[in-house]
Design a protein around this ligand. Structure first.
Ligand code: GTP
Ligand code: 5AD
Ligand code: SF4
Ligand code: SF4
Length: 343
């Protein structure tokens, strides 16, 4: 696989619904220092929870090799996720290795370690960062992350990222009815005019441990109405086909906000994302139950071409569109946890 990308020569790799493979989200650890109640509830992810042993987690060399193979297959964007990716020791070293691939490298983080890491990550070649911050209300935030972590430290991390040149920083806020929906306007107001972009995410039924109910979801349209009543909004076009966020611009200046409406307006039709778990399995949907074990291939002497052929065959067969099919019956199906596969 030298020279031109396989996708340049053969055309894009397509799945059974004609969706190309464009993004790879790489989970570098299944651990997290937060215990967000909608993601890693303490009752499940407590002291006795068995995280992946080190030997099962892909090494940096293995991750970089997989990333290179995916780039040859047409992937244009890598996103490092977790768990919490900054808990993986030496993360800037991995970013430096990945930066040898001509590709966009982004990071999704809870922001808790960005004051120390933003600069080394930027120096290593990270291009963008998305920080999860569900509310500015300190009491509500400490309750939601269930690790007593304060809002101020995440805001410091966001500032550090901006100073390191990782802006515009995207801020992801998962909104749950009756928990933090009353703080939506504060978040919008705080970041309006800063150049950072807040994206409000509908609470999803990922994983099997968070006890999700449709009643907990605040529709994106409602969130936009709430903000628009104080700061008038007008719709803005997508930056690229398949972008998950619906963008809205402040009519009187101050930048933009967005909503990610995976429950009320699913976007499976243009979903170009693949996910690699920390232990090297390939998942073709956030709601998948079975992965394709690439680690075994990596560790048994398979060539790049053989691994590419396995990925290509899996992608060709891909039929996933969970969010479009979401219904009471699918809510009962087994699912893997988001902290394992990355958001
Ligand atoms: P950029 O446009 O590069 O910033 O990436 P992005 O908008 O995909 O950002 P990000 O990866 O932060 O995605 C935001 C959130 O949208 C995720 O954390 C998920 O909650 C949700 N999301 C992203 N991709 C998917 C997907 O494929 N399916 C579903 N159902 N939700 C998704
Ligand atoms: N619904 C929506 N978003 C979620 N995230 C984690 N769990 C859920 C869920 N159940 C978000 C995190 C982070 C990203 C990785 O995914 O808040 O922004
Ligand atoms: Fe950790 Fe992110 Fe899950 Fe919260 S949502 S527990 S910060 S991985
Ligand atoms: Fe893609 Fe699956 Fe999410 Fe649909 S539900 S957008 S197929 S990851």
């Amino acid at each position: 696989m030298r020279g031109a990308q396989a996708s340049d020569v053969l055309g894009p790799l397509l799945d059974s619904r004609a969706r190309a493979l464009r993004d790879l989200r790489i989970s570098v650890t299944d651990r997290c220092n937060f215990r967000c109640r909608y993601c890693m509830p303490r009752e499940v992810f407590g002291r006795d929870f068995e995280f992946l042993p080190r030997s099962e987690i892909l090494t940096f060399e293995e991750i970089a090799r997989v990333a290179r193979i995916f780039a040859h297959l047409g992937v244009q964007k890598l996103r490092l996720t977790g768990g919490e990716p900054t808990l993986r020791a030496g993360l800037p070293t991995l970013v430096r290795m990945l930066s040898e691939i001509p590709i966009d490298i982004a990071l999704t983080t809870n922001g808790s370690r960005l004051t120390e890491l933003a600069r080394p990550l930027a120096d290593a070649g990270l291009t963008r960062v998305t920080v999860s911050l569900d509310t500015l209300d300190d009491e509500v935030f400490r309750w939601m992350n269930d690790a007593d972590f304060p809002v101020g430290a995440v805001l410091d991390g966001i500032d550090a990222a901006a100073r390191a040149g990782l802006g515009p920083v995207k801020i992801n806020a998962v909104i749950r009815r009756g928990i933090n929906d009353h703080t939506v306007l504060d978040l919008a107001r705080y970041f309006r005019g800063t150049g950072h972009i807040v994206r409000f995410i509908e609470y999803m039924d990922v994983g099997a441990t968070n006890g999700w109910r449709l009643d907990d979801v605040v529709p994106g349209a409602e969130i936009i109405r709430t903000i628009d009543a104080t700061f008038p909004l007008e719709p803005a076009p997508s930056n690229y086909p398949g972008e998950v966020v619906r963008r809205w611009r402040y009519a009187n200046g101050g930048g933009e906000v967005g909503v990610i409406t995976s429950v009320t307006e699913p976007f499976c039709g243009s979903c170009t994302r693949a996910r690699l778990s920390a232990d090297g399995s390939l998942y073709t949907c956030l709601f998948a139950t079975n992965g394709t074990d690439l680690r075994h291939l990596l560790r048994s002497g398979a060539s790049d071409d053989e691994i590419a052929a396995t990925v290509g065959a899996r992608w060709n067969a891909r039929d996933d569109r969970y969010s479009e099919l979401r219904a009471a019956s699918t809510a009962e199906l087994p699912r893997i946890e988001m902290s394992y596969i990355g958001g």
